[in-house]
Design a protein around this ligand. Structure first.
Ligand SMILES: C[S@@+](CC[C@H](N)C(=O)[O-])C[C@H]1O[C@@H](n2cnc3c(N)ncnc32)[C@H](O)[C@@H]1O
Length: 377
């Protein structure tokens, strides 16, 4: 499967919880590999909060040239994957030094699939690059070639509940990963003091209410078009997901200084069906003591970095005052922060005497950000 770079270990942990009999879990760059049965495809696409795409590996081989790739792919059997009336597309990515391009890999693999299918069935498969029924994804890293089939379709980070698009919105998969990193127990008070469009608080509410994010999906999953698809088995997993949601009461607070963003966050929460699980407050994170009547035990926040929303000079003051104010409202808490203003955050922690216990680099889109885990008290 694919995910955000830097969060692979969190994804691996999630997989081992959702699919306890998954075997041979192995962490790669933006990828986690494992072996599991067919039910895991339905389960993970519906339940995973951290995965982008779940890919089924069809074959892996050392390949140095396009000829090697052609020979390997054409030796595979595609008759159990794609029906003769279906169309397909091949996407390819490569890294390392090669005398050929990614589009050339895709074209070679496409021809090899057509030739293999023709040999095995007498039927000629058709290509549709825009709206294929089946999508093959190929990766070549140096001479390590892998062909997979996409069981997800569009990335799972698009949750479909977002009706208000905050200009600096966090990917829902990153938000969920940060909450998992905080080791939040859902009975503990949770706070996002600069919530923007509400992604972090909404993902927290979905976790607490045990709502499977895949249930928001409007388009079908790509696994529904693959030949091994078993509709009855999938409906069982889906019905079970619908049954498992709860209507418990949790303490999740989301604050933002901007009435516009706060209104957007509320609309997003409404669309996700968790507006009654989150307390939204228009407020200033530098003066939390004005709004907080309970001590937050877990704080997960994506403050402005000084790039898009706030002028750079305001950011150090904001970080410093926010951390000082946070210490006033809680004696003991875990704080997880994602920011591109790394140095500024470190300095603010030093000044507020907050210790950083973990630090990891992650890519958010094209932006290099740092995730800090801190302890207060
Ligand atoms: C990077 S955005 C958060 C995006 C959010 N994680 C999402 O997914 O939509 C930072 C937010 O901090 C808010 N903000 C800036 N200064 C603030 C302050 N002093 N108190 C509370 N919120 C503040 C901004 O209005 C903005 O919505």
């Amino acid at each position: 499967m694919t995910t955000n770079r830097g969060l692979e270990d969190i994804v691996a942990r999630e997989i081992s919880v959702l699919v306890p009999d998954a075997e041979k879990l192995e962490i790669g760059k933006s990828r986690v590999y494992f072996e599991a049965n067919k039910e895991a495809v339905y389960l993970l696409n519906l339940w995973s909060r951290t995965i982008h795409r779940l890919l089924m590996v069809l074959g892996r081989e050392r390949c140095k040239s396009l000829e090697d790739i052609y020979c390997f792919v054409s030796s595979l059997d595609f008759t159990g994957i794609i029906d003769r009336k279906q169309t397909f597309a091949v996407r390819a990515e490569r890294s390392g030094k090669h005398k050929f391009s990614s589009p050339e890999i895709a074209a070679t693999v496409g021809q090899a699939i057509i030739d293999s299918y023709l040999r095995d069935t007498g039927a000629s498969l058709r290509v549709n690059l825009k709206f294929p029924d089946v999508e093959f994804m190929c990766y070549l890293v140096n001479d390590d070639f892998m062909i997979t089939v996409n069981t997800t379709g569009e990335s799972l980070h698009k949750r479909n509940y977002r009706v208000y698009n905050h200009p600096a919105a966090l990917k829902a998969t990153i938000a969920s990963s940060l909450i998992m990193l905080s080791e939040w127990k859902t009975e503990e008070p949770f706070l996002d003091p600069m919530c923007g469009g509400g992604t972090i608080a909404i993902e927290a509410a979905l976790i607490a209410r045990n709502i499977a994010p895949g249930l928001f999906r409007k388009a079908s999953f790509f696994f529904e078009r693959l030949l091994p698809f078993d509709r009855d088995e999938y409906l069982k997993v889906r019905d079970e997901a619908e049954r498992r949601a709860n209507h418990g009461v949790y303490s999740i607070t989301a604050i933002d200084i901007s009435p516009r963003h706060l209104k957007g966050a509320h609309l997003n929460a409404l669309s996700a069906g968790v507006h009654d699980t989150i307390r939204f407050i228009k407020g200033d994170a530098r003066f939390l003591e004005k709004y907080m009547d309970i001590q937050p035990r877990v704080v997960v926040v994506n403050p402005p970095y000084g790039i898009k929303l706030t002028r750079m000079k305001h950011v150090p003051i904001l970080y410093r005052d926010f951390l000082k104010s946070l210490k006033k409202v809680t004696e003991r808490a875990c704080l997880v922060v994602i920011t591109a203003a790394t140095r500024v955050f470190r300095e603010a922690c030093k000044e507020a005497e907050i210790s950083i216990v973990e630090r990891r680099l992650i890519l958010h889109g094209a932006l290099q950000t740092t995730v800090f885990k801190c302890v207060i008290g």
